[in-house]
Ligand binder design. Sequence first.
Ligand code: EPZ
Length: 460
Amino acid sequence: MEKFLIRGGVPLQGSVRVSGAKNSVLPILAAGLLGDSPLMVQNVPRLVDVVTMIKLIDKLGAKVRVGVENEDCQCQFDDASDPLRNEQSLEKLIDLVCSTQENAPLCLSIDASVLHNRDEGLVAPYELVKTMRASILVLGPLLARFGEAKVSLPGGCAIGSRPVDLHIKALKQMGAEIQIADGYINAKAPNGLKGARICFDQVTVTGTENILMAAALAEGETVLENAAREPEIVDLANCLRAMGAEIEGDGTALIRVKGVKSLKGTQHRVIADRIEAGTFLCAAAATRGSVILEQVDPAALDVVLLKLEDAGAIISTQGNQISLDMQGNRPKAVDILTAPHPGFPTDMQAQFMAMNSVAEGTATIVEKIFENRFMHATELNRLGAQIKINGSTATVKGVETLTGAPIMATDLRASASLVIGALAAEGQTEIHRIYHIDRGYEHIESKVRLLGGRIERLKA
Ligand code: EPZ
């Protein structure tokens, strides 16, 4: 186990490159299972969740190669990543992804033209799925292309029960035969999937993504109503279209997909991670700093940028750059109500709670997406924050300064919020269980150090 040691009280200053989006690269790697030829994915971030998805795709029998992008954004594969299909090569791939020496983006090639060791069945096992819920994203592609899939039920996680009933209901409407037994989803589509009119009872991001991928190879047209509209959905749709899929309406609540017979590989560059970008902007605001983020799409963050301006930040955007300057001022409290895109992203709620903890005034934060996404509050209160929770509403009375103390991370975005709180706090903070943060932030401590933050990763 590892911990962060942070000595706060220093305004963040400087510029960092934003990595590829976790919530885009995961569905796109799963989409590699749909192609009859290799899919090359670029701008892949070095994340634990990417390693988990590589392990899963390798287990399903596809060939994975990992390379590093050179300065011309071309992929350089070394021979060690050639899939010799033995554990060693998988380990080698994983070493490459986890290496801290490089910070150039990774590229991954997924070749599912033939799935090896299929006699073991197409299984996404519990030991992998329990570490990453996004494993559910292989269900749609496996069913659509191979007519079968056995995927462990993800089970709940720290922030909520996270059911996948809407994924299953939609696939059944497309003709899949699905039984739940022994904690697994056993799905078959012996005659292939059929297009259907799907209306999601609730907006679901990975539900929309699973059905988008299933519909791409289904027979006939599929209409998705009440679809998720996140930028990551559009990124997946762009990749699927480049593979030969016929999709329109992505980014809106009504998506139409005309199934095609087969999809081919392509080369796709993953969009920037808007949540990583928003996290660094909140850290700069909380520490009264001034930062520039490179290789990010400001349009994907508009509601977050508006909230930061309400907090008193001077924001300017130019091409793929966002700059934030607090001019040395303390942030002002801003109210937050989370909602599906284009509303305020739930994945930014914890970070804004940390910023509101040191803001001028009192903020109300209402979490409408997940039932248990306030666990960072008690840890921030250990730093001296004044946060009261009442059901899905948190009231945050800003204090002038927080004071360092030992605290514990509980989930991915909560961990990020604790890093922000510790950077804003006077004195020293230890954050324990930081394995949560490595799932979704690439080399976060080296980026924080680039911005002048005093952070070290130590053995706990
Ligand atoms: C995606 O999770 C993201 N993960 C989450 O990011 C994000 O918080 C969430 O969307 C909401 O934006 C990935 O993209 C890998 P949902 P997902 O299905 O798809 C309920 C992070 O920190 N629901 O949109 O699992 C569900 O319980 C992670 O990067 C059902 O009831 O979320 C929730 O209340 C955390 N039945 C709501 O819908 C279903 O079948 C939205 O969930 C599916 C969802």
